[in-house]
Design a protein around this ligand. Structure first.
Ligand code: ZN
Length: 133
């Protein structure tokens, strides 16, 4: 894994959280993007080499809605940048980590992504992401 690509933070109201994080990080939100297949709207901020991704649920079945109902707003996942997502998925699966999708899927911000089940990672939802090329 190359670096922490971004931290995902679940928020109830993206419109309120964007200006808050712009002030906090002293940098403008550079992109908002809806990922319909995940039921989320996202907003991205660059912080040095890494990013912050805010996530708001866009429907009742969204994993972000379920997360906030259960735990409240807060850190939702850690995303690691990888060179070759398929090789990394194979490596982790062979070690017994539970992948939430069998093939890489389309994520926000021009990425191919895969999530690991938090049951196999001490309760932390891990996202692998590879820049699409
Ligand atoms: Zn993410």
């Amino acid at each position: 894994m190359l670096k922490i690509e971004h931290l995902g933070i679940a928020v109830s109201n993206l419109e309120e959280s964007i200006p808050l994080f712009e002030q906090l990080l002293n940098t403008p939100c550079y992109k908002t993007e809806a990922v319909d297949t995940e039921g989320v709207k996202t907003a991205f901020f660059q912080t040095g080499e890494s990013k912050i991704e805010l996530l708001e649920a866009t429907n009742e079945d969204s994993p972000i809605k379920k997360f906030i109902d259960k735990k409240g707003e807060g850190i939702h996942h850690i995303a690691f940048d990888v060179d070759n997502i398929e090789a990394e998925m194979k490596r982790l699966s062979a070690l017994g980590f539970q992948l939430l999708n069998e093939t890489p899927k389309e994520g926000a911000d021009n990425k191919l992504i895969c999530f690991l089940h938090p049951k196999s990672t001490n309760g932390v939802l891990i996202e692998l992401c590879q820049e699409k090329r």
